[in-house]
Design a protein around this ligand. Sequence first.
Ligand SMILES: [Zn+2]
Ligand SMILES: [Zn+2]
Length: 283
Amino acid sequence: MVLSNFHTHSNFSDGSTEPSAYAAEALRQNLGSLGFSDHSPLPFPNTFALKEEETNTYCQTVQQLKEQYREKGLDIYLGLETDYIHGIGLPLAWFREHLPLDYQIGSVHLVSNHTSDLLWFIDGPDPATYDDGLMQLFGGNIRKGVTAYYNQINEMITAGSLDVVGHLDKIKMHNRGRFFSEEEAWYLKLIDETLHLIKNTGVIVEVNTRGIYKKRSDTLFPGPALLQKIKNLGIPVMLSSDAHRPEELIRLFPETTKLLASIGFRETYILTPRGWNAHPLNN
Ligand SMILES: [Zn+2]
Ligand SMILES: [Zn+2]
């Protein structure tokens, strides 16, 4: 399999170091392609997103690396992991039109309840943040909160301008069987609605290994049951590590490739100079 990773955070957002260190490590680990996807700028103070005034420097830095590494056999791509929040921030189409992006991952980390200015932060290392947000915005009603999460994902997919939907079921990360089972009928109904929307729009689903290697999730994003549905629907997938450090670039890729093959996948999608192409899993 051609080694590649298209979900990478440098210190332009919440990654550990400068983009050049990731490029050097990608070359050392024999990757054929590397995509940078720092978090899109947000219109409120935060510690993890790209700063608006540094956006052009980010684009220029990645484009310089692209030139520098092309002759060394590493294709570098400029991307963004754009945060989709209901009613807040620039639309994905804005980033597509105003920045020289090669691709865009759309993700939901902050969920709106449509009435309050507060947002439910469903990511990060601390389950207490998840629990507090669920209580404040949804009165502790997990079904309401999870429904708002998937509705926000559906809204993002419908809005368009994304190539890939990032860590689709990240909402389960701080659940771990505490609030709901992923086999409950209401949860499966939400999943089915979102997957049919994805199928109809042709968006790629990311298979993200980060939850497992950070020991925050027992399963991939999306988990095996969801991946089986994705396979059955013929939805394209892309394997990625959501690296925040150079050494994480292809973390758990051999194990995950095997798992995908056991589910029945024969290919994953990779960005090439001609666009997204299917690549055989075991080649
Ligand atoms: Zn993310
Ligand atoms: Zn990410």
